[in-house]
Design a protein around this ligand. Structure first.
Ligand SMILES: Nc1ncnc2c1ncn2[C@@H]1O[C@H](COP(=O)(O)OP(=O)(O)OP(=O)(O)O)[C@@H](O)[C@H]1O
Length: 639
């Protein structure tokens, strides 16, 4: 079970990611540069325009109402401005209205373009992550890191979107607002501006203190979110086990524990936040009071207080009071911006950590073109260990730790080779190597004299059909599931395949026939039905080589007989590697290999192995014995 605190191979790549956010911009920004630039510019214009009304108000108060100042505006030539008082009044009203219109229009443009940019990046990142995930080695999934990948696809892309959408634009707003306000105040009265803006460094210092104090708490909160998600995912996927073992209370306790931790860690963050916002308001209040005190005294007495010199107009004083209050909001966003930045940095580290996981089982640079496959399969001195395939391909593994040890055999085109042996002996592993679900550490596996590593994965996997131990069905219709992998097959072909797999009869009995939905992982079908659909899928794919991993394990004797018939038809003219626990299903095989502890300990036909009187003969006797015992028990029951 993977939790967020454990080190996983995934983390190793994550730590190596350099400057993840700038990489995000480098890789995903250029395609959407237009949206980004438009968003930034619109944001800038909207914020600047929002400063115009208070400024106009100040000028108008002095020029029109107090009648003691000239009607001047920064950056606007005097010749453009009216001189008559009423004209100035109407000009001011009009300009305020236009400013608000500009704010509205550019805020709209900013919203649309910033969203297009942020969601466009997210869409691309999500699809790229999924594409990468699809190509990852099996070892990655064996480590149960699907939860981690889900978290990347869901939470991390969401964090990045928050950052790109909010934080980036808010920080631009912060700079524009604080810079713009400071510029206006200095322009109006630099001495009073100093009095007002003395609070800003204090606010910045307070914010830095807050961020330092809250960061470790945020980190704990993030990890608690991860732990809760993992817990929920585990609990929900294991619901059958929970119900059948009456362990609901245990699961509820575990989820309650994880949820409690998140609650406590969130409260720890909030307890600090409670101080932050009021603290900022207080500092802004002090700035406001200081401005009011100094400016008010200055106005009331007509003389500059203390070291200050010059005059202050009523209009400028009003602008100061307005704008002082406008500084708090963008500054108070700083902690959110920083939090979203930290989140986004961690998230893009995970995104690129995933993208950077090396894939070992991949297409060769120059694959051998496989035009027609005869179907000869040969294993030559194959040795394999899961541990080593996880560490580094090619790394030497201690031979006795290997799961498959020096295995050699060959199947001629059309032949059936069967694997029998105790559980955990390595039978499934052996056949998975043929499909390159894993790569061998030493030795080679050949199809028609080509090492499987020389073929493209597409060629390899379209010539080898695999019916796995656990039947996998996707939510969708019966027909969709049969067609999976051969998506262009027509209805007729699907029906023919189902007939060959002895599935047609039961499928037509279903409420909507081939269009019946099977439910998630086929829960609405019985085990035997699921297996026959998987077989129909293999029939439709029509591969030259077939791998059957205990295809009859989950069914009753009657169904087994039916399935065996379909398997016999399926395997008649193609090379087959079949794993079986019931020896009765493999007596006809050309070669039977007895696998034990990763090695082939006996080989031969059924008769040869019985004659040899070794392991196989003992197993055969035991299974035959079982049947007799069972028959005896039945007869006794009848009496
Ligand atoms: N994905 C994996 N990662 C690590 N070890 C694995 C993995 N899959 C199997 N093993 C180990 O490899 C060994 C062989 O397993 P394998 O599934 O090949 O045996 P098997 O003969 O097919 O068993 P069964 O008959 O029970 O299906 C076992 O010891 C198993 O624990």
């Amino acid at each position: 079970m993977s939790t967020h605190e454990e080190e996983t191979p995934f983390d190793a790549y994550r730590e190596d990611v350099e400057r993840p956010l700038s990489r995000l911009f480098r890789e995903y920004g250029p395609d959407r540069l237009g949206w980004f630039t438009a968003g930034m510019v619109a944001n800038f214009v909207a914020r600047m325009a929002s400063l115009v009304p208070p400024l106009l108000l100040g000028v108008a108060i002095d020029a029109i109402f107090a009648n003691d100042g000239s009607f001047e505006l920064p950056l606007v030539p005097d010749a453009w401005l009216p001189t008559a008082q009423m004209a100035q009044f109407w000009f001011t009203i009009g300009a305020v209205a236009v400013s608000f219109l500009v704010v509205a229009v550019f805020t709209w443009i900013y919203g649309v373009t910033a969203n297009l940019f942020a969601h466009g990046v997210m869409h691309a990142v999500r699809v790229d992550c999924f594409e990468k995930m699809q190509r990852l080695d099996m070892t990655f999934f064996d480590d149960k890191e699907t939860g981690e990948v889900m978290a990347v696809l869901n939470n991390d892309t969401q964090n990045l979107e928050m950052f790109l959408d909010n934080a980036l634009m808010n920080s631009a707003r912060l700079l524009v607002m604080v810079g713009g306000i400071a510029a206006v105040l200095f322009y109006l009265n630099w001495q009073l501006a100093i009095v007002t803006l003395v609070a800003v460094p204090a606010m910045v210092a307070f914010t830095i203190w807050f961020m330092r104090a809250v960061e470790p708490r945020y980190a704990r909160q993030r990890s608690a979110v991860g732990a809760l998600n993992t817990r929920l995912e585990n609990s929900i996927s294991g619901v059958t086990l929970t119900k059948t073992t009456d362990s609901e209370a245990h699961e509820i306790d575990r989820v309650r524990g994880a949820s409690r931790r998140l609650y406590e860690d969130t409260m720890a963050v909030l307890r600090l936040s409670y101080f932050y916002r009021p603290g900022m308001e207080l500092l802004a209040g002090l700035a406001f009071a200081g401005t009011f005190l100094v400016g008010g005294y200055w106005l009331a007495t007509g003389t500059a207080p203390g070291p200050l010199t010059g005059t202050l107009s009523v209009g400028d004083f009003v602008v100061f009071l307005f704008l002082t209050q406008r500084i708090v909001d963008p500054l108070a966003e700083v902690s959110n911006i920083v939090d979203q930045y930290e989140n986004a940095k961690a998230s893009s580290e995970r995104v690129f950590g995933l993208m950077d996981v090396p894939v070992h089982v991949a297409d060769p640079d120059d694959p051998v073109a496989l035009e027609s496959v005869e179907g000869r399969v040969a294993y030559e001195n194959v040795t394999f260990s899961y541990d080593a395939s996880e560490a580094h391909v090619g790394e030497e593994t201690a031979f006795d730790e290997a799961v498959i040890r020096d295995v050699s055999f060959a199947a001629e085109p059309g032949e059936t080779v069967a694997f029998v042996g105790p559980t955990g002996a390595g039978k499934s592993t052996l056949v998975k190597l043929l499909l390159r679900l894993y790569d061998v550490q030493s030795g080679s596996i050949r199809i028609d004299d080509h090492d499987v590593r020389e073929l493209s994965l597409a060629d390899l996997r379209s010539s080898v059909g695999y019916v796995s131990q656990e039947t996998v069905l996707f939510d969708g219709t019966v027909a969709d599931n049969i067609r999976y992998g051969r998506f262009d097959a027509d209805e007729e072909a699907v029906r023919e395949a189902a007939k060959a797999a002895q599935a047609h009869a039961f499928v037509t009995d279903l409420s909507e026939g081939y269009e019946t939905r099977v439910g998630e992982n086929g829960v609405k079908l019985s085990g035997g039905q699921r297996q026959r659909i998987a077989l129909a899928r293999a029939v439709l794919a029509d591969p030259e080589i077939l791998v059957l991993d205990e295809a009859t394990s989950a069914v009753d004797t009657w169904t087994e007989l039916q399935i065996q018939r379909s398997i016999d038809r399926l395997t008649a003219d193609r090379t087959t590697l079949a794993i079986a626990h019931r020896l009765s299903t493999v007596t006809d095989a050309d070669t039977i290999l007895v696998v034990e502890d990763g090695e082939i300990v006996e080989r031969g036909s059924h008769e040869e192995l019985l004659d040899a009187d070794g392991q196989y003969a003992t197993l055969w006797a035991a299974q035959a014995g079982d049947r007799e015992t069972a028959a005896e028990a039945l007869l006794e029951g009848d009496d």
